[in-house]
Write a protein that binds this ligand. Sequence first.
Ligand code: ATP
Length: 271
Amino acid sequence: MDAYTNIHQLHHLIETKTAAKLPGPYKVGVDLGTADIVLVVIDSKGTPVAGSMRWASVVKDGLVVDFRGATTIVEELKSEVEKLLGVTLDKGATAIPPGTLGRNAAACGHVIAGAGLEPICQVDEPVAAAKALNIEHGIVVDIGGGTTGIAVLKNGNLVFTADEPTGGTHISLVLAGAYSIPFEEAEILKRNEKQHQKIISVIFPVIEKMATVVKKMLIGHEEYNNYPVYVVGGTAYLQNFEREFSKAFGREVHVPPHPLLVTPLGIAMFG
Ligand code: ATP
Protein backbone atom coordinates (compact mmCIF):
# COMPACT_ATOMS: atom_id res chain seq x y z
CA MET A 1 0.00 0.00 0.00
CA ASP A 2 1.25 3.50 -0.67
CA ALA A 3 1.59 6.08 2.10
CA TYR A 4 -1.69 7.95 1.45
CA THR A 5 -3.69 4.69 1.16
CA ASN A 6 -2.31 3.63 4.57
CA ILE A 7 -3.36 6.95 6.11
CA HIS A 8 -6.90 6.64 4.68
CA GLN A 9 -7.08 3.04 5.94
CA LEU A 10 -6.01 4.09 9.46
CA HIS A 11 -8.62 6.87 9.50
CA HIS A 12 -11.32 4.40 8.44
CA LEU A 13 -10.34 1.90 11.17
CA ILE A 14 -10.38 4.58 13.89
CA GLU A 15 -13.70 6.08 12.72
CA THR A 16 -15.47 2.71 12.45
CA LYS A 17 -13.75 1.24 15.56
CA THR A 18 -12.89 -1.87 13.58
CA ALA A 19 -9.76 -3.96 12.96
CA ALA A 20 -8.37 -5.18 9.65
CA LYS A 21 -8.19 -8.97 9.40
CA LEU A 22 -4.45 -9.19 8.93
CA PRO A 23 -2.14 -11.69 10.65
CA GLY A 24 0.51 -10.68 13.25
CA PRO A 25 3.12 -10.04 14.40
CA TYR A 26 1.99 -6.48 15.00
CA LYS A 27 3.85 -3.25 15.75
CA VAL A 28 2.46 -0.60 18.10
CA GLY A 29 3.03 3.16 18.22
CA VAL A 30 1.73 5.65 20.79
CA ASP A 31 1.64 9.40 20.11
CA LEU A 32 1.32 11.31 23.38
CA GLY A 33 0.33 14.73 22.16
CA THR A 34 -0.57 18.09 23.66
CA ALA A 35 -4.11 17.82 22.31
CA ASP A 36 -4.67 14.10 21.83
CA ILE A 37 -3.30 10.61 22.38
CA VAL A 38 -3.30 8.16 19.46
CA LEU A 39 -2.46 4.44 19.55
CA VAL A 40 -1.83 2.70 16.23
CA VAL A 41 -1.28 -0.98 15.40
CA ILE A 42 0.20 -2.05 12.06
CA ASP A 43 1.26 -5.39 10.60
CA SER A 44 4.85 -6.30 9.67
CA LYS A 45 4.41 -4.71 6.21
CA GLY A 46 3.30 -1.38 7.69
CA THR A 47 -0.42 -1.76 6.87
CA PRO A 48 -2.73 -0.33 9.57
CA VAL A 49 -4.58 -3.01 11.52
CA ALA A 50 -6.32 -0.98 14.25
CA GLY A 51 -6.17 2.36 16.01
CA SER A 52 -7.80 4.43 18.69
CA MET A 53 -7.52 8.03 19.84
CA ARG A 54 -8.67 10.34 22.62
CA TRP A 55 -8.61 14.13 23.05
CA ALA A 56 -6.59 14.81 26.21
CA SER A 57 -4.70 17.51 28.12
CA VAL A 58 -2.02 15.39 29.77
CA VAL A 59 0.90 16.82 27.77
CA LYS A 60 1.88 20.51 27.49
CA ASP A 61 4.21 21.69 24.73
CA GLY A 62 5.50 18.14 24.29
CA LEU A 63 6.07 17.48 28.01
CA VAL A 64 4.01 15.01 30.07
CA VAL A 65 2.32 17.01 32.85
CA ASP A 66 -0.30 14.49 33.99
CA PHE A 67 1.49 11.16 34.22
CA ARG A 68 -1.40 9.25 35.79
CA GLY A 69 -3.96 10.66 33.35
CA ALA A 70 -1.74 9.82 30.37
CA THR A 71 -1.15 6.27 31.59
CA THR A 72 -4.87 5.69 32.16
CA ILE A 73 -5.74 6.87 28.64
CA VAL A 74 -3.04 4.69 27.02
CA GLU A 75 -4.33 1.72 29.06
CA GLU A 76 -7.86 2.37 27.77
CA LEU A 77 -6.76 2.75 24.15
CA LYS A 78 -4.63 -0.41 24.40
CA SER A 79 -7.54 -2.37 25.86
CA GLU A 80 -9.91 -1.10 23.10
CA VAL A 81 -7.65 -2.28 20.25
CA GLU A 82 -6.78 -5.53 22.06
CA LYS A 83 -10.50 -6.36 22.17
CA LEU A 84 -10.81 -5.64 18.45
CA LEU A 85 -7.75 -7.74 17.59
CA GLY A 86 -8.19 -10.54 20.15
CA VAL A 87 -4.51 -10.36 21.14
CA THR A 88 -2.47 -8.79 23.93
CA LEU A 89 -0.06 -6.04 22.92
CA ASP A 90 3.12 -5.89 24.96
CA LYS A 91 5.61 -3.55 23.25
CA GLY A 92 5.43 -0.15 21.62
CA ALA A 93 7.25 2.87 20.24
CA THR A 94 6.76 6.49 21.30
CA ALA A 95 7.90 9.86 19.96
CA ILE A 96 9.00 13.22 21.31
CA PRO A 97 9.40 16.69 19.81
CA PRO A 98 13.01 17.14 18.54
CA GLY A 99 15.33 18.45 21.23
CA THR A 100 13.38 16.95 24.17
CA LEU A 101 15.99 15.63 26.59
CA GLY A 102 16.56 13.81 29.88
CA ARG A 103 13.60 13.08 32.17
CA ASN A 104 11.18 14.82 29.81
CA ALA A 105 12.18 12.45 27.00
CA ALA A 106 12.05 9.43 29.33
CA ALA A 107 8.53 10.32 30.55
CA CYS A 108 6.79 9.08 27.38
CA GLY A 109 8.44 5.67 27.78
CA HIS A 110 7.37 5.53 31.45
CA VAL A 111 3.77 6.35 30.47
CA ILE A 112 3.44 3.49 28.01
CA ALA A 113 5.34 1.15 30.37
CA GLY A 114 2.80 2.05 33.08
CA ALA A 115 0.07 1.07 30.62
CA GLY A 116 1.65 -2.34 29.99
CA LEU A 117 3.65 -1.62 26.82
CA GLU A 118 7.39 -2.16 27.02
CA PRO A 119 8.91 0.95 25.38
CA ILE A 120 11.25 -0.29 22.67
CA CYS A 121 11.99 2.86 20.69
CA GLN A 122 11.59 6.64 20.87
CA VAL A 123 11.79 8.74 17.73
CA ASP A 124 11.52 12.43 16.90
CA GLU A 125 7.91 13.23 15.88
CA PRO A 126 8.68 14.69 12.42
CA VAL A 127 11.00 11.74 11.71
CA ALA A 128 8.07 9.41 12.38
CA ALA A 129 5.92 11.49 10.02
CA ALA A 130 8.60 11.25 7.31
CA LYS A 131 8.62 7.46 7.71
CA ALA A 132 4.83 7.27 7.30
CA LEU A 133 5.05 9.40 4.15
CA ASN A 134 7.94 7.26 2.85
CA ILE A 135 10.08 10.33 2.11
CA GLU A 136 13.57 9.95 0.65
CA HIS A 137 14.33 13.65 0.13
CA GLY A 138 12.09 16.21 1.74
CA ILE A 139 11.17 18.47 4.62
CA VAL A 140 8.46 17.43 7.07
CA VAL A 141 6.85 20.10 9.22
CA ASP A 142 4.77 18.71 12.11
CA ILE A 143 2.44 21.33 13.57
CA GLY A 144 0.84 19.70 16.59
CA GLY A 145 -1.02 21.20 19.52
CA GLY A 146 1.90 22.69 21.40
CA THR A 147 4.95 22.21 19.20
CA THR A 148 6.11 22.74 15.63
CA GLY A 149 8.95 20.46 14.60
CA ILE A 150 10.75 19.93 11.33
CA ALA A 151 12.81 17.06 9.93
CA VAL A 152 14.92 17.27 6.77
CA LEU A 153 15.51 13.94 5.05
CA LYS A 154 18.25 13.33 2.46
CA ASN A 155 18.58 9.87 0.87
CA GLY A 156 16.17 8.66 3.55
CA ASN A 157 18.51 9.84 6.32
CA LEU A 158 17.75 12.54 8.84
CA VAL A 159 20.09 15.49 8.27
CA PHE A 160 18.44 18.23 10.35
CA THR A 161 15.70 18.67 12.96
CA ALA A 162 14.41 21.65 14.91
CA ASP A 163 11.47 22.44 17.15
CA GLU A 164 9.66 25.51 18.46
CA PRO A 165 6.85 25.79 21.03
CA THR A 166 4.04 26.94 18.74
CA GLY A 167 1.03 25.04 17.41
CA GLY A 168 -2.73 24.68 17.35
CA THR A 169 -2.99 25.57 21.04
CA HIS A 170 -1.73 29.05 20.21
CA ILE A 171 -4.37 29.45 17.50
CA SER A 172 -7.03 28.52 20.09
CA LEU A 173 -5.58 31.00 22.59
CA VAL A 174 -5.73 33.78 19.99
CA LEU A 175 -9.33 32.82 19.14
CA ALA A 176 -10.25 32.76 22.85
CA GLY A 177 -8.83 36.26 23.23
CA ALA A 178 -10.44 37.62 20.05
CA TYR A 179 -13.94 36.34 20.86
CA SER A 180 -13.65 36.58 24.68
CA ILE A 181 -14.51 32.91 25.11
CA PRO A 182 -12.90 30.13 27.19
CA PHE A 183 -10.05 28.15 25.64
CA GLU A 184 -12.17 24.95 25.43
CA GLU A 185 -14.86 26.80 23.49
CA ALA A 186 -12.20 28.21 21.14
CA GLU A 187 -10.93 24.66 20.50
CA ILE A 188 -14.43 23.53 19.53
CA LEU A 189 -14.97 26.59 17.35
CA LYS A 190 -11.64 26.00 15.58
CA ARG A 191 -12.37 22.33 14.84
CA ASN A 192 -15.79 23.10 13.37
CA GLU A 193 -15.24 23.34 9.62
CA LYS A 194 -18.50 25.28 9.17
CA GLN A 195 -17.05 28.07 11.33
CA HIS A 196 -13.71 28.36 9.52
CA GLN A 197 -14.91 31.13 7.20
CA LYS A 198 -15.90 33.22 10.21
CA ILE A 199 -12.55 32.84 12.00
CA ILE A 200 -10.07 33.12 9.13
CA SER A 201 -9.23 36.75 9.76
CA VAL A 202 -8.13 35.80 13.27
CA ILE A 203 -6.28 32.59 12.41
CA PHE A 204 -4.50 33.51 9.17
CA PRO A 205 -1.98 35.80 10.95
CA VAL A 206 -1.13 32.90 13.31
CA ILE A 207 -0.60 30.54 10.34
CA GLU A 208 1.60 33.24 8.78
CA LYS A 209 3.62 33.43 11.99
CA MET A 210 4.04 29.63 12.03
CA ALA A 211 5.34 29.69 8.45
CA THR A 212 7.82 32.42 9.46
CA VAL A 213 8.99 30.32 12.41
CA VAL A 214 9.64 27.34 10.09
CA LYS A 215 11.36 29.59 7.54
CA LYS A 216 13.71 30.82 10.28
CA MET A 217 14.52 27.22 11.30
CA LEU A 218 15.80 26.65 7.76
CA ILE A 219 18.09 29.68 7.61
CA GLY A 220 21.60 28.41 6.88
CA HIS A 221 20.19 25.25 5.25
CA GLU A 222 19.55 26.71 1.79
CA GLU A 223 20.83 23.51 0.13
CA TYR A 224 17.37 22.03 0.89
CA ASN A 225 15.47 24.85 -0.80
CA ASN A 226 14.33 22.58 -3.65
CA TYR A 227 13.16 19.75 -1.35
CA PRO A 228 9.39 19.13 -1.26
CA VAL A 229 7.75 20.32 1.96
CA TYR A 230 4.98 18.31 3.71
CA VAL A 231 2.98 19.76 6.58
CA VAL A 232 1.34 17.30 9.00
CA GLY A 233 -0.33 17.61 12.43
CA GLY A 234 -3.89 18.53 13.37
CA THR A 235 -3.48 22.26 12.68
CA ALA A 236 -3.18 21.49 8.95
CA TYR A 237 -6.91 20.55 8.91
CA LEU A 238 -7.80 24.25 8.90
CA GLN A 239 -9.49 25.37 5.71
CA ASN A 240 -7.06 26.86 3.17
CA PHE A 241 -4.19 26.05 5.52
CA GLU A 242 -2.07 24.73 2.61
CA ARG A 243 -2.58 27.92 0.57
CA GLU A 244 -1.99 30.36 3.44
CA PHE A 245 1.05 28.53 4.80
CA SER A 246 2.57 28.28 1.28
CA LYS A 247 2.03 32.01 0.71
CA ALA A 248 3.80 33.01 3.92
CA PHE A 249 6.48 30.33 3.59
CA GLY A 250 7.31 31.48 0.06
CA ARG A 251 7.17 27.94 -1.37
CA GLU A 252 4.41 25.46 -2.14
CA VAL A 253 3.78 22.96 0.67
CA HIS A 254 1.71 19.75 0.63
CA VAL A 255 -0.76 18.61 3.27
CA PRO A 256 -1.41 14.83 3.18
CA PRO A 257 -4.88 13.41 3.94
CA HIS A 258 -5.79 13.22 7.67
CA PRO A 259 -2.65 15.14 8.71
CA LEU A 260 -3.22 14.39 12.41
CA LEU A 261 -2.75 10.64 11.82
CA VAL A 262 0.54 10.79 9.88
CA THR A 263 2.91 11.02 12.88
CA PRO A 264 1.09 8.31 14.92
CA LEU A 265 1.23 5.95 11.91
CA GLY A 266 4.95 6.64 11.51
CA ILE A 267 5.61 5.98 15.22
CA ALA A 268 4.04 2.51 14.84
CA MET A 269 6.46 1.81 11.97
CA PHE A 270 9.29 2.08 14.51
CA GLY A 271 7.42 -0.19 16.95
P1 ATP B 1 2.19 17.97 19.99
O1 ATP B 1 2.82 17.07 18.97
O2 ATP B 1 2.50 19.41 19.81
O3 ATP B 1 2.42 17.52 21.40
P2 ATP B 1 -0.38 16.75 19.26
O4 ATP B 1 0.36 15.47 18.98
O5 ATP B 1 -1.54 16.67 20.18
O6 ATP B 1 0.61 17.88 19.80
P3 ATP B 1 -1.75 16.84 16.72
O7 ATP B 1 -2.56 15.70 17.24
O8 ATP B 1 -1.01 16.64 15.48
O9 ATP B 1 -0.79 17.37 17.88
O10 ATP B 1 -2.69 18.11 16.51
C1 ATP B 1 -3.45 18.66 17.55
C2 ATP B 1 -3.85 20.09 17.16
O11 ATP B 1 -4.63 20.04 15.98
C3 ATP B 1 -4.69 20.75 18.25
O12 ATP B 1 -4.29 22.08 18.43
C4 ATP B 1 -6.11 20.68 17.66
O13 ATP B 1 -6.90 21.75 18.10
C5 ATP B 1 -5.81 20.79 16.17
N1 ATP B 1 -6.88 20.22 15.35
C6 ATP B 1 -7.34 18.96 15.37
N2 ATP B 1 -8.36 18.80 14.52
C7 ATP B 1 -8.54 20.01 13.93
C8 ATP B 1 -9.44 20.51 12.94
N3 ATP B 1 -10.35 19.73 12.39
N4 ATP B 1 -9.32 21.81 12.57
C9 ATP B 1 -8.39 22.60 13.13
N5 ATP B 1 -7.51 22.20 14.06
C10 ATP B 1 -7.58 20.92 14.46
